[in-house]
Design a protein around this ligand. Structure first.
Ligand code: COA
Ligand code: AMP
Length: 683
């Protein structure tokens, strides 16, 4: 491997000697108790007696993530550096918060939370918009050694209630409203109160950050509601603060809910030590970020990408994070991202392909990018990272050409593949920091070349394989199920929040405990680049958000006239895919016009899940949902026919399993799909 590219060499080393590899990375952080052991391989036994592989990163170490994200930089004399730049184009707010200011705010809020009863190991639920208080809330929770459960601020009351029941928080941290793009304020009060009313578990306190755009009024003290700013003011007057409480490396620090194949969301659990080490490593190695650099991750703190790379990773690195409360378009237009890069001197940007598609739809000629570029406003930009869904080559090629002309020398577009479970990118093209360059020749230090259509090469610690349905590896270049060998890299999950059984059943059982199933299908090409083709399970990726078909079907089935339904992903030029339903009506329902039914279904889906799950279309027909003899819905068959039909192929063969109950159903479905898409193409 002596002539291997540094990314290939690092990957091989991480799998061959994980102890040596990650010991070095752990040394970059400050530990309350430095770990003597790097990796411990063990097994776990389920109540059924089944044993499965388990592992622990840095098991005897103790660490405070909030110390490493905040106070460490102040103690090192860098308190004056900017930690957060908040940019909120709709409210017109821009704010810079230094590490020293952040330390003060975090210590004070931690004092408040302690007074409100939060202690080590308790859960604090974060349901927040993109404002600095959200970051302070997360870090203050960590400071107490407590665990936070993060819920995307766009989820409906029932979805939030499910997550409250799942995580059983002592306290909910929230705000009076979110700012939903150009639409303006979205009051949180009915959502949060509604969720707490519906949930079986009742948090003892709801602490509300009051925003002037829309207040939470009244704050009902008897119901445990508190005004965040008032509590902080009182704590400051009394000098109340709390110190960092380190936790064991394998203690949980946060739970993030993601869609499962059943209706109930899965609480993916992140452990303290592995999370801090893995994220801080990825900042240097993959993103090429060092202290003092500026990172702009245009996601939301409610999704894993945003949670990791808006909050923790930049702060662990001592860099500046840009917290953006806006949209790629409409706030006020498609120039916003590039304005931010210019104004805040962004070095690395991270977004989803959907956002770039939206910009391209409004600004097909890239006028805004070029205008900034011609004024040399984008010269700081070294890389544009894309994740959450597949980046089509057209997007990668367009932005590669733009960056070549207007970005920093050698600037690249980097597709990287991830999931809530992985906690950090599993693939990508390492941008490599200066320290990797020592003693290496020029040809070796260049990042690997971009291969549009692929998500790059594996990241250290993620043993990525492609297997057939029996779990046997397929030859390079062949499509199959993408799985991971164990242990996962340090940021990877090792279990689900209080549900070891579901962890085993959902991720290990399919391949007999040998591999972790990622739920994605794809291939590894002859040069080792990983290509992700999409989900192989019943998940839908909408605008880089993962939704469960089962949850949507549950919401649809609550419609009194619907007797049967099935949801599949339909291709969408902006969002990649949108949910699409096949529904059967009861005999007594008579005829309901398609538009009317779609609106009725959508109001149920939006109320049950949230507006991000809005359906793109519906086909009303009897007997067109194929099932196996054991009653399993064959969504894959309908998905394939809809995909083909959206490209104008109505008669293409579709693979139907031998276990299908009634093969006639497929031909009936084909007919209605053809009618639907022919009609739509004429509109
Ligand atoms: N709170 C409340 N509602 C929200 C919300 C939030 N945080 N985020 C989205 N919504 C609502 C929207 O207002 C919209 O409601 P509407 O149907 O009443 O108009 C609905 O959910 C769908 O939103 P979205 O999927 O964002 O579609 P859009 O048409 O409003 O915007 C894009 C399109 C491309 C601009 C938007 O999808 C986008 O920015 N995508 C990038 C995705 C991303 O960054 N993902 C992060 C994962 S890495
Ligand atoms: P989530 O857990 O919500 O982050 O969703 C993870 C899923 O998003 C993955 O399993 C993939 O299906 C998809 N995904 C994320 N990044 C990429 C990528 N770069 N290319 C293709 N799919 C991706």
């Amino acid at each position: 491997m002596t002539n291997a590219h540094p990314q290939d060499a690092a990957y091989a080393a991480s799998l061959k000697s994980p102890d040596t590899f990650w010991a070095h990375e752990a040394e970059q952080l400050s530990w309350a108790v430095p770990p003597k052991t790097v990796l411990e391989r063990t097994t776990k036994t389920l109540p059924s007696g089944t044993k499965h592989q388990h592992w622990k990163w840095f098991p005897d170490g103790e660490i405070s993530t909030s110390y490493n994200c905040v106070d460490r930089h102040v103690d090192a004399g860098n308190g004056q550096r900017t930690a957060i730049i908040w940019d909120s184009p709709v409210t017109g707010a821009q704010e810079k918060i230094s590490y020293a200011q952040l330390a003060e705010e975090v210590a004070t809020l931690a004092g408040v939370l302690r007074e409100e009863g939060v202690k080590r190991g308790d859960v604090v639920l974060i349901y927040m918009p993109m404002i600095p208080a959200a970051l302070v809330g997360v870090l203050a929770t960590l400071r107490l050694g407590a665990v936070h459960a993060v819920v995307f601020g766009g989820f409906s009351a029932p979805s939030l209630a499910q997550r409250i029941d799942g995580s059983k928080p002592r306290v909910v941290l929230t705000a009076s409203c979110g700012i939903e793009g150009a639409k303006g304020p979205l009051p949180y009060q009915p959502l949060v109160r509604g969720a707490i009313e519906q949930a079986k578990h009742k948090p003892s306190k709801t602490i509300v950050w009051q925003r002037e755009q829309c207040r939470w009024d009244p704050v009902i003290k008897e119901d445990g509601e508190r005004n965040w700013q008032r509590l902080v003011k009182s704590a400051k007057n009394r000098g109340v603060k709390a110190e960092n409480v380190p936790v064991k490396s394998n203690d949980p620090i946060y739970v993030i809910y993601t869609s499962g194949t059943t209706g109930a969301p899965k609480g993916v659990l992140r452990e303290a030590g592995g999370h801090a080490v893995g994220l801080s490593f990825s900042m240097r190695y993959l993103f090429g970020i060092k202290a003092g650099d500026v990172m702009f991750c245009a996601s939301d703190i409610g999704w894993v990408v945003g949670h990791g790379y808006i909050i923790f990773a930049p702060l662990l690195a001592g860099a500046t994070t840009v917290l953006f409360e806006g949209k790629p378009i409409g706030t006020p237009d498609a120039s916003t991202f590039w304005r931010i890069v210019d104004e805040h001197k962004v070095n690395v940007m991270f977004t989803a392909p959907t956002a770039l598609r939206a910009i391209r739809r409004e600004d097909g000629e890239h006028k805004f990018f070029k205008e900034r570029g011609e004024r040399d406003g984008l010269r700081t930009l070294r890389a544009l990272f894309l994740a959450g869904e597949r980046s089509e080559p057209a997007v990668v090629n367009d932005y590669t050409a733009l960056l070549e002309k207007y970005g920093a020398p050698g600037a690249a577009v980097v597709d990287n593949w991830w999931s809530s479970e992985s906690g950090s990118p599993m693939t990508g093209l390492a941008q490599l920091p200066d320290s990797w360059h020592k003693g290496r020749s020029d040809s070796q230090i260049k990042p690997l070349e971009t291969r549009p259509g692929s998500a790059g090469k594996p990241m250290p610690g993620f043993d990525i394989r492609v297997v057939d349905d029996d779990g046997n590896e397929v030859p390079q270049g062949k499509t199959g199920n993408i799985v991971l060998g164990m242990p996962l890299a340090p940021t990877g999950f090792t279990t689900l929040w209080k549900d070891e059984n579901r962890f085993y059943k959902g991720y290990m059982l399919r391949f007999g405990g040998k591999w972790i199933d990622t739920g994605d299908a794809g291939l590894i090409d002859k040069d080792g680049y990983v290509h992700i083709h999409g989900r192989s399970d019943d998940m839908i990726n909408v605008a880089a958000h993962r939704l469960s078909t089962a949850t949507l079907e549950q919401a649809i089935s609550s419609h009194p006239s619907i007797t049967d339904n099935c949801v599949i992903p339909a291709p969408d030029p902006l969002k990649g895919h949108v949910p699409f339903a096949f529904v059967a009506l009861s005999a007594s329902a008579g005829t309901i016009p398609e538009g009317e039914l779609l609106a009725a279904i959508n109001s149920r889906v939006r109320a049950a899940v949230g507006p991000i799950a809005t359906l793109g279309g519906v086909i009303i027909a009897q007997g067109v949902i194929p099932r196996t003899r054991s009653g399993k819905t064959l969504r894959r068959v309908l998905k394939q026919m809809v995909e083909d039909a959206s490209e104008g192929n109505f008669d293409k063969e579709v693979e139907v399993p031998a276990t299908i109950e009634d093969v006639e159903v497929v031909e009936r479905a084909r007919k209605v799909i053809k009618t639907y898409f022919t009609r739509k193409s004429k509109l």
